[in-house]
Design a protein around this ligand. Structure first.
Ligand SMILES: Cc1cc2nc3c(=O)[nH]c(=O)nc-3n(C[C@H](O)[C@H](O)[C@H](O)COP(=O)(O)OP(=O)(O)OC[C@H]3O[C@@H](n4cnc5c(N)ncnc54)[C@H](O)[C@@H]3O)c2cc1C
Length: 441
């Protein structure tokens, strides 16, 4: 019988995520302190795990389901991200016909995930500042404009709704003169991610029992899988592992995927004079033309969020001093864009982890007859994680669909070099990309 021993769980989430602080406090759920027997266990209560729970309840309403989270449900990357429900991405490339087809196929999956989320937001009336105004792909460095033009050509050929923005109109729309050029894709959605995931946690189907602060410490595989937590245990017929960036730490896919740690900061709301001084723009979301450039949001309540760091940070968490250093980098991104908002500072700074594979492919697989894995969305998992959570259940229950076939036919993540070669290679690559993208940070 295979036994996966997981290292003692170390808290990853800081308590300073701006999105979480701008929504009402979420109700808490108990820690698992019993021995239980159920049909399903889902490990990880983020977008993937929650979507899996909803899907099991939909297809097999009589099945018993336990959803476990090591910390507070939904308060990991699912609350800490930049809140773009992505329709289509720029940085995947898209220069050959084959690349474009891959990008389009991925976009169709993203849209399927987006539709699932839209349905739930409407059904449960989830307050999350859902905004269908799209997203701006921007360049501040003129050298990046050809990349945007290439993207524009791709959107044109694919018949995807978009708008090109030249400097003057763009500056007026965003309230900053920092950017030179933008392509706005019209079907992306902006949200407060903490509001969205919190709404999904609160409306979980009745057949789902949720336990928080209950990290799984050991998995004994067999016909029935036995999971051990610090104060309890569960025997389950089927288990879904939905821990994304924590896969390697939990003993899964350590030679195929790796986490990167990002930090973001969010300002207080602009006061009326400050808002007026930047031309009273509507809310917006900007993604950079450079993979190492800044992601910036202007929120419904007139806050500015900046995320412009990406690091290989094996501990996966940052202490207050480490966050203070990153906050300075976030602040210089804010100052470059809004030099006249001299009194505006950040109220919150936080870190979060994304899961990356070398070839940007996700994990979606049956590890054994009754143990399933879904994750590694390469920094775009709100829609994709929601879809994968649904499809991993369909896979377990042999519920066929075109989307499932498409996901099963995708390439798998390629092997990564062993450490310390991996660390050296990755640090060098990140430093190079950071240098190349410095004008967009
Ligand atoms: C700063 C930042 C910005 C981002 N921006 C975007 C964006 O704009 N758009 C987008 O689509 N994506 C974005 N992402 C990525 C997105 O947040 C993730 O892809 C998504 O949250 C993945 O969801 P998940 O449910 O798979 O994983 P997670 O949200 O990470 O959930 C996994 C859960 O597993 C739990 N867990 C781990 N180990 C155990 C264990 N042993 N036992 C029990 N539970 C365990 C964790 O506590 C966690 O709650 C961003 C991420 C970050 C960090």
């Amino acid at each position: 019988m295979a036994v996966t021993e997981i290292k003692p769980y170390q808290t990853v989430n800081d308590q300073t995520c701006g999105w979480i602080h701008t929504i009402p406090p979420a109700p808490r759920f108990p820690c698992l302190e019993e021995n239980k027997q159920v049909d399903w266990v889902i490990i990880g209560a983020g977008f993937t795990g929650l979507s899996a729970a909803y899907r099991i309840a939909e297809l097999n309403p009589d099945d018993s389901i336990i959803l476990l989270d090591a910390e507070q449900a939904g308060k990991g990357a699912s609350s800490r991200n930049s809140g773009y429900i992505v329709d289509i991405t720029l940085n995947d490339g898209g220069s050959t016909l084959a690349d474009e087809q891959t990008q389009l196929a991925k976009s169709q999956l993203n849209r399927a995930g987006m539709d699932l989320l839209r349905q739930r937001v409407e059904q449960y009336n989830i307050p999350c500042d859902w905004d269908e105004s799209g997203k701006f792909h921007c360049a501040s460095d003129r050298r990046n404009i050809p990349k945007l033009k290439n993207f524009e050509g791709f959107l044109e050929r694919a018949g995807l709704e978009h708008q090109v923005w030249r400097k003057d109109k763009l500056n007026e729309r965003l309230g900053t003169s920092y950017y030179q050029h933008a392509v706005q894709t019209k079907s992306g959605i902006l949200v407060n991610p903490a509001g969205l995931i919190n709404g999904l946690v609160q409306n979980l189907p009745e057949s789902v029992e949720l336990y928080e602060q209950s990290p799984v410490l050991q998995i004994e595989q067999g016909e029935v899988i036995r999971l051990t937590t610090a104060k309890g245990s569960i025997s389950a017929d089927r288990v879904i592992v939905a821990v994304n960036a924590l896969m390697p730490r939990n003993g899964f896919k350590a030679n195929r995927v790796f986490p990167l740690t990002l930090t973001a900061s969010m300002s207080r709301p602009l006061n009326p004079a400050e808002y007026e001084s930047i031309g009273k723009p509507q809310p917006w979301g900007v993604l950079s033309a450079s993979s190492m450039g800044a992601t910036v949001r202007f929120t419904n309540d007139h806050r500015i969020m900046v995320r412009n760091t990406v690091e290989w940070w094996p501990s996966l968490t940052m202490n207050p001093d480490e966050l203070t250093i990153r906050r300075q980098r976030n602040l210089s991104g804010l100052r470059r864009r809004f030099p006249d908002l001299t009194n505006l500072d950040f109220e919150y700074s936080w870190s979060g982890n994304v899961c990356i594979s070398r070839n940007s492919k996700p994990v979606f697989e049956k590890a054994t007859n009754n143990l399933f894995l879904a994750g590694c969305y390469n920094a775009g998992g709100i829609a994709m994680g929601s879809l994968f959570g649904k499809l991993i259940v369909d896979y377990a229950l042999n519920h066929e669909s075109n989307e499932l076939t498409q996901v099963l036919n995708q390439e798998k993540p390629t092997i990564i070099p062993p450490r310390p070669f991996f660390d050296i290679g990755l640090q060098t690559r990140l430093a190079f990309n950071r240098f190349m993208g410095r004008a967009e940070a």
